[in-house]
Design a protein around this ligand. Structure first.
Ligand code: FAD
Ligand code: DLZ
Ligand code: SF4
Length: 523
């Protein structure tokens, strides 16, 4: 009798721990199921990417001689949940045992743990070794720390992996070169992204998604679908990054430019999160580029920090604080998410409409768009934490709760009581103006706060700080900002608060549309 390995849609790694346990006669199960495809309304491209990558991975396993039971979404016997499929296939095939690598989301791990006591054979959940830091190591790091910080964690991982180290010292004499990474972009051309012809597997999946997920958000066009669905494509996108983008990655990491959707970013998050690339291999390759003189230290250190620092750190926090983390809402934010988050044509705020257009067209936005445009707006406008987290989880092709939630609830919305960030990432329009060319073509005036055409980020920002003044006043990193707030006279403050309230009322009344002139007329 054979044993069985269940491989989930984001576990497409040939060295997956559970796969390594199999003997030649053992079987792999993969299943496209409605429950995973709709627990939030994922962007169409995200579903197409995952299903296509799953089908390619199954085909590769079969080519390598492995028996794969692959359940398609439309198979008539599909119970449409992963747990349901395990139970159904156990009855049909009477396997001796099941193996699964730990799911990336708490909800599914919980379902699997409940299943272990229901099915009559062993159902083993193996640790996910595709991360650099295990849960045990992360908990060890947390021990005794009142205020964990990414930077401390990052240095430990630099030391344990030896990445960018000269003996005991960091290469270049500094751990972190972030200060060099804040340049706005000059006028030079940015590199295009690599593309591939769409193959019959992806074409078939496109039809499936168009038929069954027509009401989900996002564009899905064969000609513009650019996400790697195989390891070989993922390696190509990464190779392109190291050759064309890495050199400038650091300098322009925080830059935003109208119409430039990816700039010098790597576009590897979907591949890392699916398991098509490993975090260590990309960091080793980036370090090699530095050592060969192909990329400067600020770029390579910045890139490696995102992966062995932030990526590992958010995963550690997720598992350490779930499930209660998800319910946190420190600032009591509850304003309904404006409908322009689903349709960029409903806002005339250029920065928001650009970030949302990128999201709709590509299931992508780069980090600063996510953090300082949509995230910052949601924070200072006081949008519902739950609605914002659901939005981020559904609209990005790289979104899984283990990485999305700490970034959204913690980093962007400051809703976790300062676990993830030592101060809120809130800003007025000034930051967006400094880092982008958006404001030049916006109808709002970024230098104004109280006039009719004032940039909404400005009055929402001061209103936010005023509303939460008591909470923030004990935070030394907020002292300077609050001092500036205190310089406002009561009249100016009243105008700011009135403008913020009027903005929220107007957007709520107009079904999430910001394109209303002061006299109530739509633009
Ligand atoms: P690059 O800018 O080229 O960065 C290189 C890699 O570093 C990324 O591929 C990613 O794996 C890693 N990385 C960078 N920043 C982070 C971070 N803060 N957390 C974890 N990994 C990071 N990333 C996701 O993978 N999935 C998400 O669902 C997700 N949601 C986010 C939500 C918000 C509100 C914010 C502010 C950030 C979120 N991020 C998420 C992090 C980051 O924005 C994306 O990883 C990045 O934009 C992906 O594009 P890229 O591959 O071109 O990244
Ligand atoms: C995201 C996703 C989607 C859309 N569909 C499937 C699926 O049909 N089958 C599957 O095994 N996995 C899918 N996934 C990925 C899972 O949601 C993911 O494994 C969990 O959220 C844990 O990270
Ligand atoms: Fe955004 Fe304000 Fe600049 Fe317009 S003026 S692009 S709303 S920051």
């Amino acid at each position: 009798m054979a044993r069985c390995c269940l491989i989930l849609g984001d576990q497409l790694s040939i060295d997956l721990p559970s796969l390594q346990l199999l003997e030649p006669e053992d079987v792999v199960v993969m299943a496209e199921v409605w429950s995973e495809a709709s627990y939030v309304k994922h962007h169409k491209q995200k579903i197409a990417l995952i299903f296509s990558a799953m089908r390619h991975f199954a085909a590769d396993l079969r080519d390598a001689g492995r028996e794969v039971i692959y359940i398609e979404l439309t198979d008539s016997e599909n119970s449409q949940s992963l747990v349901g499929e395990v139970e159904r296939l156990q009855i049909a095939h009477q396997f001796d045992a099941w193996y699964v690598t730990e799911p990336g989301e708490w909800r599914l791990k919980n379902e699997f743990e409940a299943l272990t006591s229901r099915i009559p054979v062993p159902f083993e959940i193996c640790p996910d070794k595709r991360f650099i830091c295990s849960h045990e190591e992360f908990n060890e790091f947390l021990k005794g720390r009142k205020q964990p910080r990414m930077e401390h964690f990052y240095r430990r991982i630099r030391q344990s992996t030896g990445l960018l180290m000269d003996g005991k010292d960091p290469v270049g004499g500094k751990w972190n070169f972030d200060h060099d990474n804040r340049k706005a972009l000059d006028r030079r051309e940015t590199p295009s992204r690599p593309t591939w012809p769409v193959d019959p597997i992806t074409e078939e999946v496109f039809e499936l998604v168009k038929t069954h997920f027509a009401d989900h958000f996002g564009e899905l066009e064969i000609d513009s679908f650019q996400w790697p669905v195989t390891r070989s494509q993922a390696l190509q996108i990464f190779d392109h990054f190291t050759k064309e983008r890495l050199e400038s990655f650091g300098d322009f990491q925080d830059a935003m430019v109208l119409g430039k959707d990816t700039l010098y970013h790597s576009l590897i998050s979907t591949s890392l999160n699916l398991g098509l690339l490993s975090p260590l291999e990309v960091c080793v390759a980036a370090e090699k580029a530095f050592r060969n003189g192909a990329a400067p230290i600020n770029a390579v250190e910045g890139f490696i920090r995102q992966i062995i620092g932030w990526r590992e750190y958010v995963r550690g926090l997720y598992w350490a604080y779930m499930p209660e983390y998800k319910d946190r809402n420190t600032l009591n934010a509850s304003w309904p998410l404006p409908s322009f988050f689903w349709d960029e044509t409903k806002t005339d705020m250029v920065c928001l409409s650009e970030a949302i257009r990128n999201t709709r067209q590509n299931a992508y936005a780069h980090h600063i768009q996510r953090l300082m445009v949509t995230g910052n707006f949601a924070l200072i406008a006081g949008c519902s934490v739950e609605a914002v987290c659901d939005w981020y989880l559904s609209v990005y092709a790289d979104a899984y709760e283990w990485v999305e939630l700490p970034n959204t609830l913690g980093m962007a919305l400051f809703a976790d009581d300062g676990v993830m960030a030592s101060k809120p990432y809130c800003s007025s329009g000034k930051y967006i103006d400094r880092m982008s060319n958006y404001c030049k073509s916006c109808r709002y005036r970024v230098k104004e706060t109280t006039t009719d055409d004032a940039c909404p980020f400005n009055y929402l920002y001061w209103d936010f700080l005023h509303t939460h003044r008591e909470r923030f006043k004990s935070n030394p990193r907020m002292a300077m900002i609050l001092k500036n707030l205190d310089r406002f006279g009561s009249e100016k403050l009243e105008t700011i608060k009135a403008k913020a309230t009027a903005f929220r009322d107007r957007v709520a009344l107009d079904g999430g549309d910001t394109r209303v002139l002061p006299e109530g007329r739509l633009l």
